[in-house]
Design a protein around this ligand. Sequence first.
Ligand code: PRP
Length: 212
Amino acid sequence: MNELLTVAMPKGRIFEEAAELLRKAGYGLPQEFDDSRKLIVDAPEAGMRFILAKPMDVPTYVEHGVADVGVAGKDTMIEEERDVYEVLDLKISECYLAVAGLPGYVEKGIAPKVASKYPNLATQYFKEQGEQVEVIKLNGSIELAPLVGLADRIVDIVSTGRTLKENGLVELETIVPITSRLIVNPVSYRVKDKLIDELVERLAKVIEEDEQ
Ligand code: PRP
């Protein structure tokens, strides 16, 4: 039997772009991949098995070696240091991390509250700015926090800017641009080097062509 590559894919908004990239790179993926709610999808034609995880969890599956490779946002990689190799910038799901708040925000108190899905990143960012803040970890809908008085500011992903706008928030500072990355388990990279090198080469070619 041919050796399979297990790929951890993020469910949600990155998924479609990542699947399109793989298809463009010549990996035949079944229709079931897009339509079903299955969490494990075999793609024998591509020589791959996919596991579909929450975006923040993709590095965990790869680090523990249950997936050989994965597609992970740079945001998740900055937030938690992982024992994985980041081998390719896939240049998909472009967005950025920013500090946002209500318009006319003025700092009050000694340690203003900052809500974020990225507590480590937010803590580090404000430390570098020489600002003392209290970080409150939330799991989503971060924009809600300043609206209801849970936090003074937020650190979150901005993509189209619609969520901020529709909730009457404004961007205060840009932190860092974000794209999705191909990450690899170090042991898999030794054992399945040929398969992984081929994947990287084929994806890199598509990314380069798309940029022209
Ligand atoms: C992300 C992010 C923002 C929003 C930004 O949330 O946390 O809330 O998208 O996108 P926009 O600039 O295009 O409006 P997501 O939709 O992934 O869900 P979440 O709030 O549950 O994290």
